[in-house]
Design a protein around this ligand. Structure first.
Ligand SMILES: [Cu+2]
Length: 269
């Protein structure tokens, strides 16, 4: 006989666990009472056991490429360093990367709002001691709300990424007035030179580096003190040893007194 009591029992337990896991993210635990680390950990690991994490970019390139970061803590996504603001907003240009970095607890970064039926369709990633830094790329302009699965509804643990067009000066992107690339690299793909234009909002240290797709530094295009204003630079598609970079995708990473921005460079065959 195939249908033994043990099998039936196992099926009941699995069904109950499934219902609990679903419930845990809809009806929150004791409302407003902080969850224990163990409860958070269970919520997060159960969820990703059944719903594969997706939407991030490879950690190697990620850390260097992220232009802004949310610190993930109990129970907020903090990007402005102020605990008084519950829901923080980060603004990036199209094509740039945002990092979520764990500070305490077990959380997720999940696209959408807690009540959305398609929540997590763009990205859905654990942020916990097991994956302390996760990075998502934002190629398309738009407004991207996100939340933490265990804490989005009960603790209002949410945030927003606003992505503006990569070509500043057109449509007045919020970062156009600040420091950073003021237009995408050109020509793209590049055969001899990749050209850059960037803006320095106040005189200070500037560095422009080229990273390969795995986040390794390939070339240092410029470094030094620059005056406020618009500047141009070019990369001759050669690495630090003077060899031509192999065809593929690279990232130009600009730091202007600590403000980071990035733009993609494709080296043609
Ligand atoms: Cu959380």
């Amino acid at each position: 006989m195939l249908r033994t009591p043990q099998l039936v029992l196992a099926a009941v337990v699995v069904a109950a666990l499934g219902a609990w896991a679903a419930l845990a993210f809809v009806a929150e635990p004791i409302g407003g009472v902080p969850m224990s680390d163990a409860a958070m950990k269970l919520c997060v690991s159960d969820w990703y056991a059944e719903h594969p994490a997706h939407g991030g970019v490879s950690p190697a390139a990620a850390t260097a490429l992220a232009v802004d970061t949310f610190l993930v803590t109990n129970f907020r996504f903090d990007s402005d360093g102020r605990s008084a603001t519950q829901i923080d907003t980060v603004r990036v240009n199209a094509g740039e990367f945002v990092m979520w970095k764990i500070a305490s607890g077990f959380h997720t970064t999940t696209s959408g709002k807690p009540t959305d039926l398609d929540a997590g369709s763009l990205w859905d990633l654990p942020v916990d001691p097991g994956s302390p830094e996760v990075v998502v790329d934002f190629p398309t302009p738009g407004t991207y709300p996100f939340f933490c699965r265990p804490h989005g509804a009960a603790f209002n643990m949410r945030g927003v990424v606003v992505v503006t067009g990569g070509t500043a000066g057109v449509g007045g992107s919020p970062r156009a007035a600040g420091a950073g690339f003021s237009r995408p690299a050109w020509p793209n793909p590049s055969r001899q030179n990749a050209n850059f234009r960037f803006r320095v909002d106040r005189s200070g240290e500037v560095s422009l580096r080229i990273l390969d797709a795995s986040g390794r530094a390939v070339a240092h295009v410029l470094g030094g003190t620059f005056a406020a204003g618009e500047h141009d630079a070019a990369w001759n598609l050669r690495d630090a040893g003077g060899r031509r970079a192999s065809p593929g995708t690279y990232w130009a990473l600009l730091d202007v007194h600590g403000v980071r921005s990035s733009t993609k460079v494709v080296v043609a065959r």
